[in-house]
Design a protein around this ligand. Structure first.
Ligand code: SF4
Length: 557
């Protein structure tokens, strides 16, 4: 039996952009199987082959027909525009074969022939927008639930991918591109560059360079690919360009560079990298606690962004003249080349440690600072989580602090969660909560560490379920270690001590936390750390898990 299936990606449609192997495959085939419009595009390469062409939604019947013909001994070319392995026919052909029990050793041979996909062909017409991490998302909800597509857009937007939207709109499917734009606008500035390319390298090719805010004012259809820039993408002289990151280390308009090429591999040349010269920060906050640390302590940890900016500034200080923006009609999105790079500033905002009441002017200021570009979410820990694109996080923090708001880091840091002390009436223990917050709040630790602090034995804010629980009772403190407050295997902390004298509490907690900060493994939660080390400050670990065994589940299971 000499039958074979070749799944051919023939690229954008212009013969000049078809691969040599794709042309060969078409010429050596006995049968061509494809969507009618695509068959017309490759007719110049046909020499009397049998043609099986069907309509737009008849992919399954095409794949079945191709398998049948190959099993009869024919060489079959199944054609896809772009790349056959990206929204093309390659996967479906395999699925149809697998349903028939196909095995590579015994079944018809299959060859997948790659082609240029729209993300590449359209990018080449726009300039160089896909120079960094990118993804493709099809907005067609014909085979994929829209809710899932929305999640993917959200995730890609948050993760700062350059995004290529395939199948953005059709005659009946018009809402998806509108909703996609709304999701993207929640995470990217309205002036983010966007390229709209219709029929790349075909007769009716049309290219538009616009912005995220204005993209819907232009024609978008089934033949359009929408390319959304990331936070560093800029437009220069009609070209959409995403920097690869060279400008972080090199001055692009000088011949002799400060860093030799081999220095890229030295940790000190890349302090932001995983294996940088100093311990990488785990906290995301821009705030440091330097003013609150004792003399002789280590310098405060920095975020990866802060590492990168500091390294760049050190290089800048040594350069002659520094980096200048190119002349011309450049519109730099977030100033990727001029040092004003924006980051997404994340923080937890609350009215205070014990105070749980926002004042109207605080909320007004918060809304003003967050603006249209940022977002505010309410957390289950009584905090507002804000995300604000800014090149000056310190100014943001100062604006919020000036109206009395508490601005705290998020991420793998120590977080103090106090109750409201019965609206401040049970005030005796508040100074100890504040001292703990002052000494430890925001300290980088292997995994987020919640210290629950409740002002009486009611413990109505659930301190006993936190990583470290502190309950004030009869003028002294009870201590709980290793609580786990989520999942089906949740359990309270182990009651390790009752009646700790107030003057001993803060020092004791600080020693526990610093031991965890220094000895914990990366990502190791405090309850697991306690179990591993078996003893902290003389408190011996005891298993507090529920007596019955339940299977731990990850999100979504
Ligand atoms: S834990 Fe006690 S002091 Fe705190 S709010 Fe509840 S009842 Fe009031």
């Amino acid at each position: 039996m000499s039958g074979k299936i070749m799944v051919v990606g023939f690229g954008p449609g212009d013969v000049k952009h078809m691969t040599y192997r794709a042309k060969e495959a078409l010429e050596e085939s006995d049968v061509i199987v494809g969507y009618k419009t695509y068959v017309d595009l490759i007719r110049p390469f046909l020499n009397g082959q049998e043609i099986i062409s069907t309509g737009m939604t008849e992919e399954v019947s095409r794949a079945q027909a191709a398998v049948k013909k190959a099993e009869e001994g024919k060489k079959v070319a199944v054609i896809s525009s772009g790349d056959a392995g990206l929204y093309g026919m390659a996967g479906l052909v395999y699925e149809v074969l697998i349903a028939k029990g196909w095995r590579e050793e015994t079944g018809v041979p299959v060859e997948i022939i790659p082609g240029i996909s729209a993300i590449n062909s359209c990018a080449s017409l726009l300039g160089a927008p896909v120079m960094h991490d990118a993804c493709t998302i099809s907005l067609s909800d014909h085979l994929t639930p829209w809710e899932l597509i929305k999640k993917r857009i959200e995730a890609a937007a948050r993760a700062d991918f350059v995004i290529a939207l395939y199948n953005p709109k059709s005659g009946r499917r018009t809402r998806q591109i509108v909703e996609a734009q709304q999701i993207l606008l929640a995470h990217r500035p309205p002036d983010t560059p966007v390229g709209l390319v219709k029929s790349a390298y075909r007769q009716r090719q049309h290219v538009v360079l616009t912005t995220l805010k204005e993209m819907l004012e232009y024609e978008i259809g089934m033949l359009t690919t929408v390319i959304i820039g990331n936070s560093t993408t800029f437009v220069y002289d009609g070209k959409m360009i995403t920097p690869r990151g060279y400008q972080r280390k090199y001055t692009l308009d000088r011949e002799k560079q400060l860093l030799a090429p081999h220095e890229r591999l030295r940790p000190e040349a890349e302090p932001w990298a995983l294996n940088g010269p100093e311990k990488p920060a785990q906290a995301k906050a821009p705030e440091t606690k330097s003013a609150e640390k004792k003399a002789g302590e280590q310098a405060p940890d920095k975020t990866p962004y802060q590492w990168a900016m500091e390294a760049w500034q050190r290089l800048e200080a040594q350069r002659e003249g520094g980096v200048t923006a190119p002349e011309g009609n450049a519109t730099f999105n977030q100033g990727a080349l001029n040092g004003q790079m924006e980051e997404i500033f994340e923080a937890a905002v609350s009215p205070g440690l014990a105070n749980k009441q926002f004042k109207p002017e605080q909320l007004q200021k918060l809304a003003e600072v967050v603006g249209d570009k940022g977002s505010i979410r309410y957390s289950r820990h009584h905090q507002l989580l804000v995300e604000i694109p800014t090149s000056d996080p310190e100014q943001v923090v100062n604006q919020l602090k000036n109206v009395g708001l508490l601005v705290e880091p998020v991420g793998d840091v120590v977080q103090i969660k106090a109750c409201d002390f019965c609206d401040g009436e049970k005030f005796d223990s508040i100074p100890y909560a504040e001292e703990l917050h002052k000494r430890l709040g925001g300290l980088a630790v292997p995994k987020t560490l919640k210290i629950g602090f409740n002002g009486c034995g009611m413990a109505c804010y659930g301190a006993v379920n936190d990583d470290i629980g502190i309950v004030y009772r009869k003028g002294r403190f009870d201590l709980f270690l290793g609580g786990k407050n989520i999942s089906r295997t949740a359990h309270p902390g182990q009651p390790v001590a009752e009646g700790i004298p107030p003057e001993e509490l803060v020092d004791l907690i600080e020693r526990i936390v610093r031991f965890y900060a220094e000895e914990g493994h990366p990502n190791e939660r405090f309850h697991k750390f306690f179990k591993r080390v078996k003893e902290i400050e003389g408190f011996k670990y005891q298993d507090m898990r529920p007596p019955i065994t339940v299977e731990p589940m990850v999100c979504g299971d």
